[in-house]
Write a protein that binds this ligand. Structure first.
Ligand SMILES: Nc1ncnc2c1ncn2[C@@H]1O[C@H](COP(=O)(O)OP(=O)(O)O)[C@@H](O)[C@H]1O
Ligand SMILES: [Mg+2]
Length: 365
């Protein structure tokens, strides 16, 4: 019996963040120690098929001119309880790829980060990295996430929820509720990411178009009061403690958006370097960030890891923007960079997450 651990890195998927997931997965695959781990790269194509991918991190990298990678394997596989990964296509050669000790779902957005994949893994009894079913689902839905934060007494910006039925039958009521919130506002799909579908709206005349734009990504939309001008965007990493220890926090980072960007949009996130690390914040603010980040982590029952994002107002007040249960994980993403500055480099971070996943069972816990 080999003592090596078989890790299936699952990535891609049906969400709009398919390519970002591929880039994150390429970095994770490159970091998994080949002495200890057998890596099985499993891509989920944009149409939902599960396929074997080459363990070639270069193929999954962002191209020199910003070309985005995608899943392109042709050997179809399925996850079968008790058997692990099984080749299903081509059908003439049924091949058992073997039991998987742990799955590393490097997935962003719906159908991957939102509890759906986690549910499948629970059903199959396979251990996996990161948040469980409910926290993944709540963390992906900006509406339910805020509800949980509010119930836990955590500070968030006020917002109006726009359900499809309300927008289709009584948009005037929505416009009124948004006017009461006060402009400017941010209009967002409830369950997207990477800033897809988000717009800042400065006056009522722009609301309808922004809602329609958000609805192209998700029928459920949030309209949120903009953070007061001058607010800074700060982020921090949280890691579950090993062996039942309390969660740990990283150093903080500040997002700095400049040039043509009105906010931290897709290009600013992935194609430009727009951050200060470690953030220049005084110890008192950092201390409150750490405390609120752990409270948010625990309010959502997150396991494994999370990036917690804040707005920091002029007077030092902190408001929670969101918790990411599978934050961007490319070698240049904020979450790994914050941990690197805290003393945990990328391979050590990946190792820690796999160990945390192996320590816990599936099922109710
Ligand atoms: N209420 C807000 N006030 C100010 N800026 C906001 C607000 N909501 C979102 N933004 C800007 O839009 C970016 C993306 O919004 P966010 O809610 O974090 O969605 P995503 O899940 O796509 O990251 C934020 O990083 C911030 O720059
Ligand atoms: Mg965000």
């Amino acid at each position: 019996m080999s003592s090596r651990t078989r890790v299936a890195v699952v990535f891609g998927g049906r969400s709009e963040e398919h390519s970002i997931s591929c880039i994150s997965a390429g970095s994770v695959i490159a970091a998994l120690d080949p002495e200890r781990y057998d890596v099985v790269p499993v891509g989920i194509a944009r149409d939902g098929r599960w396929v074997l991918e080459a363990a070639d991190p270069d193929r999954l990298a962002l191209g020199p001119a910003g070309e985005l990678p995608s899943v392109s394997g042709t050997t179809e596989v399925t996850l079968t309880p008790g058997q692990g990964l099984v080749v299903t296509e081509p059908r003439d050669v049924p091949t058992l790829l073997g039991e998987v000790d742990v799955v590393f779902p490097v997935m962003h957005g719906p159908w991957g980060q939102d509890g759906t994949l986690q549910g499948l893994l629970e059903m199959a009894g396979v251990r996996y990295v990161g948040a469980g079913v409910t926290s993944s689902a709540v963390g992906t839905d900006k509406h339910f996430m805020k509800q949980v934060f509010l119930a836990a007494g955590l500070p968030v910006l006020p917002y109006v929820l726009v359900r499809p039925r309300q927008w289709e039958h009584d948009p005037a009521l929505v416009r009124e509720a948004v006017a009461a919130l006060g402009y400017p506002v941010f209009v967002k799909p409830a369950r997207a990411g990477s800033s897809f579908g988000i717009s800042r709206v400065d006056a009522p005349a722009g609301l309808d178009d922004a809602v329609e734009e958000a609805r192209r990504h998700d029928p459920k939309v949030l309209v949120e009061a903009a953070a007061p001008s001058g607010a800074r965007e700060l982020e921090i990493g949280v890691l579950q403690g090993l062996a039942g220890d309390a969660p740990e926090t990283s150093v903080a980072a500040e997002i700095t958006v400049h040039g043509d960007h009105v906010f931290y949009d897709f290009e600013a996130k992935y194609l430009e370097e727009s951050y200060v690390l470690p953030a220049e914040v005084d110890d008192e603010v950092l201390g409150r960030m750490r405390e609120l980040a752990v409270r948010a982590f625990e309010a959502l029952d997150v396991e494994g890891l999370a990036r917690v994002d804040f707005f920091c107002l002029d007077d030092g007040q902190l408001l929670l923007n969101e918790v990411e249960t599978m934050p961007g994980f490319t070698a240049t993403s904020m979450f790994p960079l914050m941990w690197q500055h805290t003393g945990l480099d990328y391979p050590a971070l990946v190792e820690r997450l796999v160990q945390l996943a192996l320590q816990r069972s599936t099922g109710l816990r």
